[in-house]
Design a protein around this ligand. Sequence first.
Ligand code: AMP
Length: 283
Amino acid sequence: MNVISGIAEMQSAAEELRRSGKRIGMVPTMGFLHEGHLSLMRIARSHADAVVTSIFVNPTQFGPAEDFEKYPRDIERDTRLAASAGTAILFVPTVAEMYPDGYATYASVDRITDVLEGKVRPGHFRGVATVVAKLFHCAAPHVAVFGQKDAQQVAVLRRMTLDLNFPVEIIVGPIVREADGLAMSSRNVYLSPEERRQSTVLHRSLAKAGELIRAGERRAGVLIGAMSDLIAAQAAAKVDYISVADADTLKELQVLAQGASVLLSLAVRFGATRLIDNSLVNL
Ligand code: AMP
């Protein structure tokens, strides 16, 4: 595996791969890799000849009160893991080169960023869309793989890729979970042992809503009520939002119609740690 930090060097490496007829698959990450990230690298490998994994803790997607400074980092371990999952090039640009003095250009996606995560984290998706556009220009991928864990991010990046005419196919990998159901996340290390025990409530409440839907329940309010009851039973958990929305437009639904594609999603805080999870239900 080749480790590259310079943008010009990454662009030359990508050009060389393309010139020799290789398909490039990209997996953008913020590092502190776990099995969720590694699964995306394996998916990328199955769609491409060379996988470029990027590790970049992107300052523009963190709010002023968020955890940019203390976001977990372990580049040595990440290097080993990325190589083991079939990454050919690990791209680790610096903040100074990505956002030099005078930097002034942003990609902002309208409408679908006004709800859910975008509503609670103003500016977050502007940072995400901007950095992914830049990473696409650095690595020139044919395909890029993102996780269903960040469902709204996928919707935003699909829109950005289409609207800005990036010749990149977007592929979505399923959510990888711990044995007890907690969705893997680099931020899970922030949880105290007690919070970690209670954190399975995200997955359990999504499972409960899924059961109710299978039993015939179609009222979004009833689903949300059942999920919030489960969460309220966990002393450390505070709900940010629980949403039952159309999977494409992300508009909240009152009633689940036959044939609908429904995104159940939620964000829950445990002390200073904020966890998200979701599940897609096709009726
Ligand atoms: P992050 O490092 O958190 O920015 O995530 C990088 C990529 O990994 C994003 O496309 C995430 O959606 C994806 N990802 C994060 N956690 C998981 C998970 N548990 N399962 C699948 N993909 C994930």
